[in-house]
Write a protein that binds this ligand. Sequence first.
Ligand code: ADP
Ligand code: ASP
Ligand code: MG
Length: 436
Amino acid sequence: MKFGGTSVGSAQRMKDVSKLITSSGEPTFVVLSAMSGTTNSLVEISDYLYKKNPEGANNIINKLEQKYIKHINELYATEEYREMTAKFLREEFEYLRSFTKILFTSFEEKVILAQGEIISTNMVTNYLKECGIKACLLSALDFVRTDKNAEPDFNYIREHAKIQLEANPGYQIYITQGFICRNAYGEVDNLLRGGSDYTACLIGAALQTEEIQIWTDIDGMHNNDPRIVQNTKPVRQLYFEEAAELAYFGAKILHPTCIQPAKFAGVPVRLLNTMDPTAPGTIINNEMEHGTIKAVAAKDGITCIQIQSSRMLLAHGFLRKVFEIFESYKTSIDMVCTSEVGVSLTIDNTSHLTDILDELKQYGTVSVEKDMVIICVVGDLSTENVGFETLACEALKQIPVRMISYGGSNHNISYLVSKDDKQRTLQALSDTLFKD
Ligand code: ADP
Ligand code: ASP
Ligand code: MG
């Protein structure tokens, strides 16, 4: 069971979560995020420290500490547990303050970002113990690791999660931090923002649990982004591939790559609502429902690059040369469209854009458009389902679409539009595809 920031966002929520964790009576592995807002504050503290402004950092640290003192006063019923947790917090905040006096690098930043999850898991474990529940807190830093490519090292995680469980037998509840890990060099690192979902899926897959439950603040995956589009509805079931595409293409409810380990291990993922625990949520499994379009998602911050070259006409090896340039800068490509005279593609990581453009200019005339959005329609888009792609295109008849990608998989059509057209594109798709 993984609980996100809002789910552990107050003392009352932590109490509710503790009830949910223990209600089944079954052995449960629990992954917790930092309390909502905390990781953002830690990012802000780091930002001040990068800018060599210790006073700015201390102001945020002090404010955060005040909030936590209030939370623990509300959370614990006994003086013993209140004081024990208060002592832990005092040490934590002193530790944070110690970073204002030393040289600050990305290594220190990662350590600071890890403290939100370290604090929340300690608070909940102490609360469970105060309630008389046998709970064991495991440090994710002891068994969640990434490799040299900054990808989770699944074999290491599987082996070391088991070692941790064997070293701590007999507990009903095991708790660990989401998001945080060590990298291939043993340094504290993380799985990027929203990474607690990824931790939960990696652990569920490693331990082959019955199910991976992602508990959040909404009743499952909606058929469009509820923050932007009106009248979205929960989707009750998704095929692994469909959920993976939606997560990768921007459905914020899931970390972009968290579905992969669950899919490979065949462990179903259930999205549930902490605020309404009896709501059915969404089940993600290996069943493909035929004949339906499931949902739409949008991925922001996309840059489109077009390379036009008359030399490409009938030339073989052109695409390889283009792709090799992106590969050499470790920049992955999301969408690709080709014609006889050129190729358009999109990237979201622009850290090497200038170098990439320089090299591409050997092969053709290059143009770039920033601030684009990929809109992704997901469902059963196999060729037997005649007419679905036409329906999606029909919905966009008023929208200037820059690129369309269809046929890459049986589950997805992607459209590239300008950021300014994002909202009306999403709404138009919802209005046409999910009328009833
Ligand atoms: P947590 O802190 O629990 O990880 P997140 O904020 O990361 O929660 O994710 C849940 C939020 O994702 C929801 O509150 C909702 O606003 C947003 N969201 C965006 N797209 C979708 C979608 N398609 N379905 C459901 N929620 C979505
Ligand atoms: N606390 C981290 C974040 O805010 C990880 C997570 O919540 O999933 O990004
Ligand atoms: Mg999240």
